[in-house]
Design a protein around this ligand. Structure first.
Ligand code: GDP
Length: 296
């Protein structure tokens, strides 16, 4: 089930509470059952769904509650709070600071949308008036530099890369230094991905990270892989200091619940979501408005 459908189902479940003549445990259970089924169909992890259900139930004490309106409101608030726990680890979201160089390194598997998201992030902050540049340290995938170059040129973002150099660390260091010397404020480094979580990928990531000491490491996660997101997020997080997440491909047919469960499991704050292939199909992630949208 795609996210828009999940939202519709949750909204309908809460509405059914409004239509119930009496709001008792039975009505609450029916509503919770509908919400949980919708979450499971969206690929949200079964354990998380169970916790959500129990927490909402526990927080509602029918003996102590007053009239119908109050009950409805309390139940709605409890559902909101639990959904928030799912998507908001409570840590502060990273954002670059103006007037100094902010170095950001992107990691993720090949095909996750890393290169696209690097350009999207650069474009976003460039429009906010930041002096922004891109560095292509992906020497593994043929065509990676051309792709970054193309995106960067279209958006008029300065870029750095090398067709002949095969050492990603060398390119990353040179690129970051060049843009630091030129007083750039946001320097985004795209690193290579592999198809699988291989040891060589993690070694390369660590080497680049140690060499450029990024202010932030962004893990790019493809929502369309569903439940597999969790293991992937855990693997990356255990190797490098992932501080932020970008969830891509939340448009189309992605069942976003897998990605959201991964975020909950690894307690990583999502900073942006990708909602299409174009450079401006990118939204800043705000947990509260995301959940509000789900609740209709
Ligand atoms: P990389 O190998 O991780 O660098 O992945 P790419 O940036 O090359 O992206 C792989 C494919 O996913 C490309 O065809 C992108 O256009 C596409 N893509 C990236 N982000 C999104 C997104 O948010 N939505 C959709 N629909 N496609 C995306």
């Amino acid at each position: 089930m795609v996210l828009a459908d999940l939202g519709r189902k949750i909204t309908a479940a809460i509405r059914s509470l409004n239509n119930a003549t009496v709001i008792n445990e039975e009505a609450l259970d029916t509503m919770l059952k509908e919400i949980c089924t919708a979450l499971l169909e969206s690929d949200v992890n079964v354990k998380l769904v169970k916790v959500l259900r129990e927490s909402v139930r526990k927080s509602i004490d029918f003996d102590e509650m007053a009239g119908g309106l109050n009950k409805r409101r309390m139940i709605q608030t409890a559902v909101f709070k639990e959904l928030m726990k799912l998507v908001d680890p409570g840590t502060k979201q990273w954002a670059p600071v103006k007037g100094k160089p902010n170095v950001v390194m992107f990691v993720g598997l090949q095909g996750s949308g890393k290169t696209t998201s690097c350009a999207k992030l650069a474009y976003w902050y460039q429009r906010k008036g930041m002096k922004t540049a891109l560095v292509c340290a992906d020497t593994f995938r043929a065509g990676a530099f051309d792709q970054l170059k193309q995106n960067a040129t279209k958006a008029r973002i300065p870029f750095y890369g090398d067709y002949t150099e095969s050492d990603p660390t060398k390119i990353a260091v040179e690129g970051v230094q060049k843009f630091k010397d030129e007083n750039f404020e946001l320097i985004i480094v795209d690193t290579s991905g592999r198809h699988k979580q291989e040891e060589s990928l993690f070694e390369e990531m660590l080497e680049v990270s140690n060499a450029i000491s990024p202010d932030n490491i962004v893990f790019v996660m493809d929502a369309s892989i569903g439940q597999a997101c969790e293991a992937q997020a855990r693997a990356f997080k255990s190797k490098v200091n992932v501080a932020s997440v970008i969830i891509t491909k939340l448009d189309g047919h992605a069942r976003g619940g897998g990605a959201l469960s991964a975020v909950a499991a690894t307690q990583s704050p999502v900073i942006f979501i990708g909602t299409g292939e174009q450079i401006d199909e990118f939204e800043q992630f705000k947990a509260k408005s995301f959940v509000s949208k789900l609740l209709g």
